[in-house]
Design a binder for this molecule. Sequence first.
Ligand code: URA
Length: 477
Amino acid sequence: MTKSNSCALKGHYSVTVPEPDDFMYWRDQARHLIQCGIPPERVSWTDGQSSGDLFSSGNDVLPPIPDSEPTVRSSRRFMSLARNAALHSDPERFALLYALLWRLQKAPRLMEDKTDGDVRRVELLDKSVRRDSHKMHAFVRFRKIETSTGEEHYVAWFEPDHHIVRANAGFFKKRFANMRWSILTPRGCIHWDLNSIRESPPAHKSDAPDSDATEDLWKKYYASIFNPARLKVSAMMSEMPKKFWKNMPEAALIPELIASAQSRESQMVDAGKIGFEKRPATLAELKDRLQSCRQCSIGCSATQSVAGEGAPGSRLMIVGEQPGDQEDIEGRPFVGPAGKLLDVFLGKSGIARADAFVTNAVKHFKYERRGKRRIHQSPTAKEIDTCRWWLESERQIVGPKLILALGASAARSVLGKTVSLQQARGRPVKLDDGSELWITAHPSYLLRLTGDARLEQERLFARDLAAVQERMREVII
Ligand code: URA
């Protein structure tokens, strides 16, 4: 790079990044401009696409860098976001990156400011580019062609939203190292000949083949692995946007597979029931068999099943609703916030948790995903009834004299019918096997309350637990 004592302090500079994904070129020019002290408002940025040719080169003339070579500050976070954001199709991206780099010189911690508009914009560009790359990895479908020399070659058509083709060449080279392939896109093409990657100018969809003989095989395979019990149409549509369907042979099957998912799920549930007539003889066997239970669809999305915990012969069985987020991860009942509150009240009432068998009406965590969070969803009556077989098996093995049901789902699971919690709590219900059921509120309900309402419910909860503790002392083992 040229150096001199002076910079052109006035005047306007225009920089053309020769290729729309050339981050290194942008970086070098941006460093140069900062060293010359040229503020963002005196620079305009364009990319090679505006000049017509994806793989052309630019010719910008910048003032010489001063001899003092001022230091250019950046941050690791800025560089990692900028690398991706530079691939975005937003024509303003290079100007935005330069404005941010300029501000970083005076505010080195700027990237940590989540409320800053420029930082936020760059984060959004980065996110959108990462998503586009993810779609490319997932939805590129190769079709076999035969070249004039008789070699097999695989060609795919893909329409990225951003300038991500070159950046993803390495991924496809690694994944499909042993076949010759081309990925054609309207933003430029890449080709692998078993030795090196070659690039070529943008292509048109008609340059790519439409179908090949392996497609029927692939469709059959896709239909066989499609799990109707895991179907969530809205999540699937956002993960696999319709725009990509036209390049994916299996997409032709999707409407039919969605339409028939419900009846196929029922078939799966019926199929899953086979083999569940014989009850487990021990808690270890029960725990083991529970892992593969798919009698309803909840188990398909949970991390693992959560069996009850405690010793056979425990006088008291405590039944909750279903494992929560933490229980699902740890594989143990009542270890999360509701469990902590339960422990406090058990302690206050003089019931040792170790003396009880603690379990749930439903053995898998049912939730709805919202972003990174998994939000608890109540099980339906049908799901509680389906899972009842497991609770009954636990009751047969443990043989508790007293059962404490926490909340309406637990009560339904023990009784096989819905009861009003208000009416049923605080007094025993005799069960067919001679044991006694006590019903109270669920600790999660208490956790959702505040102020006087919470205090009142805590009082009732403590009262119910005290009554159970009293019965524990009376019940002869
Ligand atoms: N809530 C329940 O009902 N059970 C658990 O195991 C945890 C939270």
